[in-house]
Design a protein around this ligand. Sequence first.
Ligand code: SAH
Length: 443
Amino acid sequence: MEPKKNSLYEIEITDMGTDGSGIGHIENGITVFVKDAVIGDIAEILIMKVKKSIAYGRLMRLVKPSPFRVKEACPVAKACGGCQLQSLSYKKQLEFKTKKVRDCLERIGGLSVISANENPGSSETDSVILYDTIGMENPWSYRNKAQFPVSLDKSGKPVTGFYAGRSHRIIPASSCPIQFEGHEEILDTVMRYITESSETIYNEETGTGVVRHILLRKASATGEIMVVLVINGNGLRDEKHLVEMLAPIRGMTSIQLNINKKNTNVILGDEFKILWGQNYITDKIGEISYQISAPSFYQVNPIQTKVLYETALSFAELTGNETVWDLYCGIGTISLFLAQKAKQVYGVEIVPAAVRNAVANAKLNDIQNVRFFTGAAEEVYVREKIPADVVVVDPPRKGLDKKLTATISKMAPKKIVYVSCDPGTLARDLRRFANEGFKVVKA
Ligand code: SAH
């Protein structure tokens, strides 16, 4: 029997979904999603909607609040679509992530998993050894990039902030506790410019108005800052005035416009216009410097990026004699990290501006044993077929193209290092590699 709409249940929240909803179970194995509930809560819920084996409940009362609950550091944490786990202690967030990876490897990947804590040392096992999620000391003020949408409030005044979850409604905010220090001043300056120069604001429904988004980037190692105003038009009313206001801000290195006249959710258009300074900023990770242009992908947490790349490098176990492919290489970050320890590295990336950065970055660091290709990983790798000892992949959330897993398997590298931002597609792809005879060793 299905649970009825409007019936009350008392449940324990045992998991959380990707949107931050608490997850619990009621009779007949029905899974219930409850917004604003966290792992460990005992909650009274009202069933709002039932769909086959899934139900959605509203949190009516906390019978016993979870011991892992903390007060959110951000005043708009609940309304904003940015952070989903702020009401969970950081330690519990990390445990949640480890569990999430484990569940995916087991359920989607069909792999047997053993925790590194249960298998200390390097005793032989057929299971995937799963390490704990590596957290950071102070998980605040770390993000080096933000994209703020601009809109009009009810009174017609320009506002900026963040989108509410799954919507384009702006939750006004002039500050964000996970953003780099100093972002408030830049944002405030751009908003003052908009008001002073009476710039119009883009309206998604009518396609009219000019200012769409404010994109900020800061290189944490050098302090260099980039500001990009995304506009629906060819220019601003008073570009000189904007430059006069922004250029004196400490670290300002690049002020640009991006032209986006399309009515889409994609933030950036193809065309950029430099108003002041250069078209890139320079950051440093470990010993290597990187030039980053506006359309290029760059990891958003510089402290953890170093941890990530060092982990990838240690998993690759290079001795100096290897040929390595770095697929989905962006501006060549991982490629250049690997090049320090490999004989030859080949990088593949689809965004031409990122490849231009990658080539410049190799030169900037005087690294000669790398070569970059512009194109889709699944096409370039399939075409070039240069054998590799180690293949590193770092795809977007949708994971690897089937053709690519097949080609990598056929080329039979000794090792694959998979850097992933989505444990679900990671597990799917690991299953494909396992089916081709690879052994999944550790995660
Ligand atoms: N390894 C880099 C970039 C990872 S993000 C870093 O750590 O900085 C994934 C990258 O893959 C992005 O730069 C994106 O532009 C690129 N990309 C997306 N689809 C691709 C494809 N089919 N082939 C090659 N690169 C692709």
